[in-house]
Ligand binder design. Structure first.
Ligand code: GLU
Length: 287
C-alpha cells in the first residue's frame, strides 16, 4: 500500500496542499503503507531550487514525514520519451502545430481543462507532418478516438464515488508532450504513479476528471491501475479554490510567523478551518 504527495514547485504551497498531503499521509499510516513524495518539476522555468526547499521545509513544519527517497520528475525524462516512442510507433499520437489562438478561432468548445482541441492537425498528411516538424514547434497529442478503439471501455474506482466508467473523450485529443515541456502533466503523473508503485492515488477533486485520461494511458501503456480518492478542496474568502498566489494561506508565511504546524494539521483533520477558509464547491458534480 503506497500513497504519494506530488506538488509542483511552481509556487508556494498553501493550506490546500497541507490538506492534500495530510490526506495521503494519513491513509498510508492507517493502512500500514508508505507515504512517498514526488516533486513535479518539469515545468522548467517556474520550478526553482528555493521553491523545492520550501516544500521540504513546509512538510517538516507540518510534521509530515515521507518514506524513502524523493522522486523528481526532472530525473524521469527518458521514461517519458520511451512512452511517447511506444505511442508514436502505434500511430496513437500526432504532432500538433496549432497555437492557442488558432485553436480558439477554430471554434473549439470548453472542456475540463480549457478548450477541447478540434482535431485540426489530426488530419495532416504524413508528408506535411514530416516537413513541418523540421521547422515548427509542436506538441504531441493523443488520438483519443483511435486509442479508445484499441482499449475498449474502461473503468476506474474512486474510494468515495465508486466505480467510474472512463470518459477520456471529454478532454478531446489531450497533449502528452508540450511544446515547452518534455511531457504533459497527464503523461508524467501516470507513468510516475506506476513507477513509484502507488496503490492509492489521493488527490484533490479538481483532478477527478483527469483520472479518465490517466486510466486510458494506463491501458495503452500496460500499467497497473491504482485506486483513487479525490478529496474536498479548500476555498479562500472569495469561495474559490485556493490558488498558489494567495499569500494569506501560504504555508511559508504561517511557518515564518511561528504558527504551530502539527496543530494546524490536527484542526484540518477535524474539519476545523482557519478563518476566511471554507470548503470549495467543485465546479462539476462528482457522481
Ligand atoms: N502536481 C499536481 C499539483 O500540484 C498534483 C498531481 C497529482 O496529485 O496527480 O496540482
Amino acid at each position: 500500500m503506497r500513497t504519494r504527495f506530488a506538488p509542483s514547485p511552481n509556487g508556494a504551497l498553501h493550506l490546500g496542499h497541507a490538506y492534500a498531503a495530510c490526506q495521503a499521509h494519513d491513509l498510508a499510516r492507517q493502512l500500514g503503507g508508505a507515504f512517498l513524495l514526488r516533486i513535479e518539476d518539469i515545468d522548467g522555468m517556474r520550478s526553482t531550487p528555493e521553491r523545492i526547499e520550501a516544500i521540504f521545509a513546509d512538510l517538516r513544519w507540518l510534521g509530515l514525514h515521507w518514506d524513502g527517497e524523493v522522486l523528481f520528475q526532472s530525473s524521469r525524462l527518458a521514461a517519458y520519451d520511451a512512452a511517447l516512442d511506444t505511442l508514436k510507433a502505434r500511430g496513437l499520437i500526432y504532432p500538433c502545430f496549432c497555437t492557442r489562438s488558432q485553436i480558439a478561432s477554430a471554434g473549439a468548445q470548453p472542456g475540463p481543462e480549457g478548450l477541447v482541441y478540434p482535431g485540426t492537425c489530426r488530419a495532416l498528411s504524413d508528408d506535411d507532418r514530416a516537413h513541418r516538424r523540421l521547422s515548427e514547434p509542436h506538441a504531441w497529442r493523443l488520438d483519443i478516438g483511435k486509442a479508445l478503439e484499441q482499449t475498449g471501455a474502461l473503468v476506474w474506482h474512486d474510494m468515495a464515488a465508486g466505480e467510474q466508467a472512463a470518459k477520456p473523450e471529454l478532454f478531446g485529443d489531450v497533449v502528452l508532450a508540450r511544446k515547452d515541456a518534455p511531457a504533459s502533466y497527464h503523461l508524467a503523473v501516470t507513468l510516475d504513479d506506476a513507477h513509484q508503485q502507488i496503490s492509492h492515488v489521493v488527490r484533490g477533486r479538481d483532478l477527478f476528471l483527469a483520472t479518465h485520461v490517466h486510466r486510458l494511458l494506463q491501458a495503452l501503456l500496460d500499467l497497473p491501475v491504482p485506486l483513487y480518492r479525490h478529496h474536498r478542496l479548500l476555498a479562500g474568502a472569495d469561495g474559490r479554490k485556493l490558488a498558489k498566489s494567495e499569500g494569506a494561506a501560504a504555508l511559508g508565511l504561517l511557518r515564518e510567523k511561528g504558527r504551530d504546524g502539527p496543530l494546524l494539521l490536527e484542526n484540518l483533520r477535524k474539519a476545523i478551518l482557519p478563518s476566511g477558509i471554507s470548503w470549495a464547491e467543485p465546479s462539476y458534480s462528482v457522481p
